[in-house]
Design a protein around this ligand. Structure first.
Ligand SMILES: [Fe+2]
Length: 277
């Protein structure tokens, strides 16, 4: 399941939205909840707390999250990761929340008060997942590290990549600077060559899915809706993904505004159709 773009700031409407979302998440009972950024409206600690409590109600062992642009304090120094040294990054990154608290450090985002890192590298029984912080961009070195992780994963695992800023335009959305990552073409090409099955992105507050084909393989690129943004012209809700096998994937949009669920991608039907044909 993908939840995104809460842009949470305390208000009765936002809390009602979280209650509605909680009911839907409980109904769908996902194995894994991927949060693709913009948990908060302005990157303030007090805006994170209710969102993290909401996520914790499902059990944090099911939750993986990356930050979005909104989650960095305006005018802050940016991500704490050195731009030019992976080694330093790995050596300096605390691996225990306790360590982080013991050595106070000025973070550009309260996100790191609640999550161990701004990137996610995870292998489960069914999938290999890489989530990369895209603020302000995904550096080549970060992408290289993510791809290496995916390529080193079992070929049986579905390969899933997640980032906050979008990688493709969506219909009915006039793009602004920063909506799509400047190196999106290179990122998509790299992911396709790395055998990625599913790309999750967000930021545009619009639901759309593209399927890209290369040498007989398909990579689905899905843009998530906002969970709470009910402004005109936007669909509000969340996405669920059923991944039976790498080539059997279904992505579904679930509205929080009363619309029926809508299938965005379904390669399971296509496979059955091929067999029948
Ligand atoms: Fe955003």
């Amino acid at each position: 399941m993908q939840l995104s773009d809460f842009h949470y700031a305390p208000s009765p409407e936002a809390d009602l939205g979280l209650d509605l979302a909680r009911q839907l998440v409980d109904e769908l009972a996902p194995d894994l909840i991927i949060v693709s950024g913009d948990l908060s409206r302005d990157g303030l600690l007090e805006q994170f707390v209710p969102v993290v409590e909401f996520l914790a109600s499902f059990g944090m062992e099911r939750v993986r999250a990356i930050p979005g642009n909104r989650d960095y304090l305006a005018g802050g120094p940016g991500p704490t990761r050195p731009a030019d040294s992976d080694l330093n990054y790995f050596l300096e990154a605390p691996d225990m929340p306790g360590l982080e608290r013991a050595v106070p450090e000025k973070h550009a985002t309260p996100f790191l008060e609640f999550f161990d890192d701004v990137d996610v590298f995870e292998r489960t029984k069914g999938l290999a997942l890489v989530g990369l912080d895209s603020e302000p961009v995904i550096a080549d070195e970060a992408l290289r590290r993510g791809v290496a992780f995916l390529e080193a994963s079992s070929p049986k695992l579905a390969r899933v990549f997640c980032t906050h800023r979008s990688l493709l335009p969506v219909p009915r959305k006039k793009l602004k600077e920063g909506d799509i990552l400047p190196n999106a073409g290179d990122i998509l090409d790299t992911l396709m060559l790395a055998g990625v099955d599913l790309v999750l992105c967000a930021h545009l507050h619009r639901v759309h899915a593209w399927e890209l084909c290369h040498e007989g393989r398909t990579m689905a690129v899905v843009n998530a809706p906002s969970l709470l943004d009910r402004s005109p012209g936007k669909e509000v809700g969340l996405l669920s993904f059923d991944i039976e096998r790498r080539d059997q994937l279904r992505a579904t949009f679930h509205s929080l505004a009363g619309q029926p669920p809508r299938t965005l991608v379904d390669t399971t039907e296509r496979r059955k159709g091929r067999k029948r044909g």
